[in-house]
Design a protein around this ligand. Structure first.
Ligand SMILES: [Fe+2]
Ligand SMILES: [Fe+2]
Length: 178
């Protein structure tokens, strides 16, 4: 029977850390933002329909799934463990509101991108460009804030048991569709 080296044990423990899992999802979201920027830069003429399909699918599936993972896993446990810390409730509420707002825009953008992929060009490319830029610029800020402040705060305040509970909740969520 094969034995794990200390190094591979350490890396698999890191892979199971829910904060690492969420940070990896953020890296995928950064790529999604880059793709949306590419689409916006190509307007009004040079749009790759496959880019539109890929971006729309991500916005419709991965994005809301990631938000539910954060809210039902990380935010729920953070709210319990840090209930006496001033401001934590406001921070988490703000992030939940941003999720809801971003999902609303993501749905609208995905609908338009699906129409483009089906061969129907937008009536108003400038408006689409404006919507795309507003979305990915805000979303990059959201990711940056979570990476720079929320995840380090979670790493500092949560113990191993908390991280295991979150990891279990994350793995119990519907997996993203590829
Ligand atoms: Fe988030
Ligand atoms: Fe996130």
């Amino acid at each position: 029977m094969a034995t794990q080296s200390p190094k591979s044990k350490a890396s698999s423990a890191e892979d199971c850390n829910p904060l690492t899992m969420l940070a990896k999802a953020h890296a995928e979201q950064q790529s999604m933002c880059d793709l949306l920027e590419k689409i916006a830069d190509g307007l009004p003429g040079r749009i790759d329909e496959r880019d539109c399909t890929r971006a729309a699918k991500f916005l419709e599936t991965n994005l809301p799934a990631h938000h539910r993972q954060e809210e039902n896993g990380l935010f729920a446990i953070l709210a319990q463990r840090m209930m006496n810390q001033p401001g934590i409730r406001a921070i988490l509420n703000q992030l939940r509101e941003e999720h809801a707002t971003d999902e609303g825009f993501a749905e609208e953008i995905a609908e338009t991108l699906n129409q483009i992929a089906a061969g129907s060009m937008p009536d108003n490319p400038d408006m689409l460009g404006y919507m795309l830029r507003g979305f990915f610029e805000n979303y990059r800020r959201h990711i940056h804030w979570e990476d720079m402040f929320l995840f380090p705060m979670a790493q500092e305040h949560l113990n191993q048991e908390d991280l295991t509970i979150i990891a279990n909740r994350l793995s119990g969520q519907p997996r993203k569709k590829n």
